[in-house]
Design a protein around this ligand. Structure first.
Ligand SMILES: [Zn+2]
Length: 142
């Protein structure tokens, strides 16, 4: 939709994941069933109640102002950036490489990416987590 607004001709404006919505930023990253599935996996992984946002801007504003722990906000922002990157890469794979990635596969990629980001930026080093561990609480309790 952003390209159409700029006068670029595109093959289709439909979402490449669900084929039922216009591929706007908010649809692709928030409303598409693919995105909803991925976000639910990520919120569950973080051990927090699933959140629904109407726009990326609303999501980022919420993260910037929520809670008292700056580590939690930074970690949430890392997770969100990782998720947006993972969804964008999955979209590119669908459109240009005819490769269909499941939300589960994208989730595993986002989790590995965010783990690497946090592990290599974390001052205390030696940061590990296992399945079911509440990442956000762990970081805030260090
Ligand atoms: Zn869609």
């Amino acid at each position: 939709m952003a390209l159409v607004k700029r006068g670029v001709q595109v093959h289709s404006t439909q979402c490449s994941a669900c084929i039922s919505g216009l591929e706007s930023t908010d649809h692709l990253f928030l409303r598409c069933p693919f995105a909803v599935d991925l976000w639910n996996r990520l919120w569950n992984w973080c051990g927090i109640t699933p959140m629904i946002f109407s726009s990326i801007k609303e999501m980022l504003n919420y993260i910037a102002t929520t809670g008292q722990c700056p580590k939690r906000r930074t970690t949430l922002l890392s997770i969100i950036c990782g998720a947006l990157w993972g969804m964008w890469r999955a979209r590119i794979d669908r459109i240009f490489n005819s490769k269909l990635n499941s939300p589960e596969l994208v989730f595993e990629g986002v989790r590995a990416l965010v783990h690497a980001w946090i592990k290599h930026r974390h001052r205390k080093g030696n940061f590990v987590w296992g399945n079911g561990l509440n990442l956000l609480s762990t970081l805030c309790n260090l």
